[in-house]
Design a protein. Structure first.
Length: 407
C-alpha cells in the first residue's frame, strides 16, 4: 500500500516537473517570436514614416474646376514668370475673368503672395503694360451709387486690382514704390482712388502731394479712352474723393465752374467735393448754381437744395436758400414734399441715435416751420410741413425727456 502511494506521488511529481519545463520552453519561444515581430514592425514603421514624409513634401495642390472631374492636380509650385504669363493670356482673352478663369486667377494671386518680394519686379513690369480684364464687378447699368473699390476686397474686381492687392500684401519698401509709381502713371480714377487710400493707410501723408497732383491732372485732362468697363464709369467721383480725403481745397474754384455743365447737367461729384471740403460755405455756391439758366431739369436742381438742407437750422444762408427753393413751384410736388419731410433726417449724423448737440438744430427747424406754416398756400407743402413738425417735436421730446430706464 505504501509502495503504491509512493509510486503515485513520484509520477505526479515527475509530471509537475515536466509541465514546468515545457511551459518555460513555450514561454521562451513565444517571447522570442514576439521580439522578432516587434523588431520587424519597428523596421516597417520607419519605412512608412519616410514614405509619408516624402508624400507630404511632394503632394500636388488641388484646385476646383467645373466639369465631370471636380479636381485637377497641378504642380506644387510655379515661378512668378509662369504665373504672370498665365495672367497675361487671361487678360487678353475677350470675355475672360468669369467662373473658372476667376478661380484660376485667384489661385495665381495667392501663389504670387507666397513667392513674396522676388515676384515684385515682374509684377512692376506687368503693370506697366496696362493689360487688364474685369473680374467680379457687376455689369449693371442701373446702379446709381458710385463705384468705389474697397481697399480690402474678397474678390478682385479686375486683373490689375488683383495684382495691386498682391503687392499690398507682400509689403515693404519695394512694394510701396510700385504702388506709388502706378499712382503717378495710371489714367484711371478708380485706380488713383484705391492706390491713394492704400498708401495713405501704409504711410500717412507721405504720398499726399503725389495723390492730389494725380487727381487734379486727370480731372483737368481725362485720358481719351473708350473703356467699356463699369469701373471707369465714376472716375470723377473717385478723383474728387482723393481731394476730399486730404481736405484739399485747391480745386474748389475749378469745381465751382464745372458744377453746371454746358448741356445743363449737374456734376454731382463736384457738388459732393465742395460740400465735403467747404461745409456750410458750399451753400452759396449751390444757391448760385440753382439760378443758372442752363439748369432747367428739376431733378438736377434738387441736389443743390438738399445740400442746403443739411445745414438748415444751423446756418442762416442755408435757411434762406432752402425757404426760397421749397417755394419754387418749378420743382415737382415730390421734390418739394421730400425736401420738407426730410427735415427730420438730413443734417443729423444719426437720426435714430440723436445726441444733445442735435437739439439746437431741431429747435431751430421747429421754429422755421412755425414761421412758414401759417402762410403756406400750397397744399403739398402744407401737408409736408405738418408731417415734419410732428417728427421734429418727437425728436425734441426724446432729448428733453428721454425714456426712463427699464428696471
Amino acid at each position: 500500500m505504501k509502495v503504491s502511494l509512493l509510486m503515485t506521488l513520484a509520477i505526479a511529481l515527475t509530471l509537475l516537473v515536466t509541465s514546468a519545463v515545457v511551459s518555460r520552453k513555450l514561454n521562451a519561444r513565444h517571447d522570442a517570436r514576439l521580439a522578432q515581430a516587434e523588431a520587424k514592425w519597428l523596421e516597417e514603421k520607419v519605412e512608412l514614416e519616410k514614405g509619408l514624409e516624402k508624400a507630404v513634401n511632394t503632394r500636388p495642390r488641388i484646385i476646383s474646376v467645373p466639369g465631370p472631374a471636380a479636381e485637377i492636380a497641378v504642380p506644387a509650385s510655379r515661378s512668378a514668370a509662369e504665373i504672370l504669363a498665365h495672367l497675361r493670356m487671361l487678360g487678353g482673352v475677350p470675355g475672360s475673368g468669369q467662373g473658372r478663369d476667376l478661380r484660376q486667377a485667384i489661385r495665381w494671386f495667392e501663389e504670387l503672395v507666397d513667392i513674396g518680394p522676388p515676384a515684385l519686379p515682374l509684377i512692376r513690369q506687368f503693370l506697366v503694360e496696362n493689360a487688364d480684364d474685369d473680374f467680379a464687378w457687376p455689369h449693371d447699368n442701373r446702379r446709381r451709387r458710385p463705384i468705389v473699390v474697397d481697399t480690402h476686397f474678397v474678390l478682385p474686381p479686375s486683373l490689375r486690382f488683383g495684382l495691386f492687392d498682391v503687392v499690398r500684401r507682400i509689403g515693404g519698401p519695394e512694394a510701396e514704390g510700385i504702388l506709388a509709381e502706378t499712382l503717378a502713371a495710371t489714367g484711371r480714377g478708380v485706380e488713383v482712388s484705391w492706390l491713394a487710400r492704400v498708401l495713405q493707410s501704409a504711410a500717412p501723408n507721405r504720398y499726399r502731394d503725389l495723390a492730389v497732383a494725380s487727381a487734379r491732372e486727370l480731372l483737368d485732362n481725362p485720358l481719351a479712352d473708350a473703356s467699356s468697363s463699369p469701373l471707369d464709369r465714376d472716375d470723377r467721383h473717385n478723383l474728387f474723393s482723393v481731394l476730399s480725403m486730404y481736405g484739399d481745397t485747391s480745386y474748389v474754384d475749378a469745381a465751382r465752374h464745372q458744377l453746371v455743365q454746358a448741356e445743363g447737367q449737374l456734376d454731382r461729384s463736384a457738388l459732393r467735393y465742395l460740400q465735403e471740403t467747404l461745409g456750410a460755405q458750399s451753400v452759396l455756391i449751390a444757391a448760385q448754381a440753382y439760378r443758372d439758366p442752363r439748369l432747367t431739369d428739376p431733378s438736377r436742381k434738387e441736389p443743390l437744395v438738399r445740400l442746403a438742407l443739411s445745414y438748415v437750422g444751423a446756418d442762416p444762408q442755408a435757411d434762406a436758400f432752402y425757404q426760397s427753393a421749397i417755394g419754387d413751384m418749378t420743382l415737382t410736388k415730390n421734390h418739394r414734399s421730400n425736401l420738407i419731410e426730410d427735415l427730420n433726417e438730413d443734417g443729423f449724423a444719426d437720426p435714430d441715435n440723436l445726441q444733445a448737440g442735435d437739439l439746437p438744430k431741431i429747435e431751430n427747424r421747429i421754429a422755421l416751420i412755425e414761421q412758414l406754416a401759417p402762410y403756406e398756400e400750397d397744399p403739398v407743402n402744407a401737408a409736408a410741413l405738418q408731417e415734419a413738425y410732428k417728427d421734429l417735436q418727437r425728436m425734441q421730446n426724446s432729448l428733453i425727456r428721454p425714456p426712463a430706464a427699464q428696471p
